[in-house]
Design a protein around this ligand. Structure first.
Ligand code: DSN
Length: 432
């Protein structure tokens, strides 16, 4: 028998459970499991993955170093890594109906950075949706690399209806002649006119990137328009509505772009791919290829709309008046509430969401006048439209309480927490 001591005298290095070897870490994991079990998950950038995805992600594949692409690796022992990456690529292409996929990006931001690296030189212009209008940090926000190293110009939304101001995008493109036009974002709840933005990109010979991080799962489930054939390149994270591990994919139909994208990801931006994450992406894509995923995707959309309707019924403003995606944005300005205070109260009652700037928000990003909600994780948990209607009512009870009687909010939070407990116990997660 080998010593089984990790080469340094540690007892049962290959077999001792975490609870024995590192109790503080094990305690935090156990507490996190309980927290997730007892919470209604409404953070738009989260979901609950299957046991199968967890198994792939938490596997011995974490030991493997690979650089390069299947069949062209720089390290030996890549037999299973190659098979898994090929499988993930094939499944991603089938899911999104496109010809090429890179499944190595560690995150959505790195997927977008790979596109920047491919398309631009430092100082070149990019045109994306402004962060405070619903865009994403990696689309040219001043604090992000994309805004610091490139000349980032932006388009926003219209004051009257919160919808993308395509005329402004066209004017900005004509004035700055960007090399890359980006669609998508973190808190824009409506279908984007991909054809119009592609036309704008074509008018200045720019590449057109669609970042579908939030609605990618709805695209593969047939509940949202596909950015192809309009996009030259599309990126999506894998952990939001797509319901997989942390990470992202890059997709295209253009062979020449695909080759340059591969080089931009490795060696341009990343070193070794995360093989365990690629295996978990393959599992997630396999799940998304099943017919049941279409049912889930339709339910995500119906649930997001039910939640928006519940807030509206209770007198709260929904940016754009509704949603075509898994997310919705509640504008608290008319009620004089702050997003940070409201999110903290919801969390104490067992509702997880995030404070979020609303378009034309006068508050700082760490205060905000809005709350962003997502329906994907709650749908995975098993909640239907009646549950989301109830969840909206419970959240509105808290907002009403903060508005009318903030000193007594703890009483409302206890009442709402009891109702949340009934919901979460009815739809349990991760048994055992
Ligand atoms: N972009 C962040 C969000 O939407 O919450 C993280 O994915």
């Amino acid at each position: 028998m080998p010593p089984n001591d990790g080469g340094g005298g540690l007892r049962n290095f290959f077999s001792a459970p975490l609870a024995e070897t590192d109790p503080p870490v094990a305690a935090a994991l156990a507490d996190e499991l309980n927290r997730q079990r007892d919470t209604v998950p409404l953070i738009a950038s989260e979901n609950l993955v299957s046991r199968a995805v967890l198994d792939a992600q938490g596997s011995v594949l974490t030991n493997k170093t690979i650089e390069g692409y299947p069949g062209r690796r720089y390290h030996s022992g890549a037999r299973n890594a190659d098979a898994l990456e090929r499988l993930a690529i094939e499944r991603a292409k089938t899911l999104f109906g496109c010809r090429f996929a890179n499944v190595q990006p560690h995150s959505g931001s790195q997927a977008n950075q790979a596109v920047l690296l491919l398309a631009l030189k430092p100082g070149d212009a990019i045109l994306g949706m402004a962060l405070n209008a619903g865009g994403h940090l990696s689309h040219g926000a001043p604090a992000n690399l994309s805004g610091k190293w490139f000349k980032a110009v932006s388009y926003g939304v219209r004051r009257e209806d919160g919808l993308i101001d395509y005329d402004e995008a066209e004017r900005q493109a004509a004035a700055h002649r960007p090399k890359l036009v980006i669609a998508g974002g973190s808190s824009y709840p409506r279908v984007i006119d991909f054809a119009r933005l592609r036309w704008i990109a074509d008018s200045v010979d720019a590449l057109f990137l669609v970042d579908m991080a939030h609605f990618g799962g709805l695209v593969v489930g047939g509940a949202h328009p596909n950015p192809f054939p309009h996009a030259h390149i599309a990126t999506t994270t894998t952990f939001k509505s797509l319901r997989g591990p942390r990470g992202a994919v890059i997709l295209t139909n253009d062979e020449a772009l695909a080759k340059r994208l591969d080089s931009a990801v490795f060696p341009g931006l990343q070193g070794s791919a995360l093989v365990a994450a690629i295996a978990a992406k393959a599992v997630c894509f396999g799940e998304a290829l099943r017919p049941e995923f279409k049912t889930y995707a339709r339910a995500v959309l119906a649930n997001a709309r039910a939640l928006a309707a519940a807030f509206a019924r209770r007198g709260y403003d929904i940016v754009t008046g509704g949603t075509d995606t898994p997310l919705l944005l509640v504008d608290l300005r008319r009620h004089g509430l702050k997003g940070n205070v409201a999110a903290a109260s919801l969390e104490r009652a067992g509702l997880d969401c995030n404070m979020n700037s609303v378009p034309f928000d006068a508050e700082k990003p760490n205060i905000t006048s809005g709350l962003r909600f997502g329906a994907a994780a709650g749908t995975t948990r098993g909640f239907g439209t009646a549950d989301f209607d109830r969840i909206g009512d419970l959240a509105a009870d808290l907002l009403d309480g903060l508005r009318t009687n903030p000193t007594e909010i703890a009483t409302v939070e206890r009442t709402v927490a009891a109702a949340i407990g009934e919901l979460t116990r009815r739809c349990p997660i991760y048994p055992g």
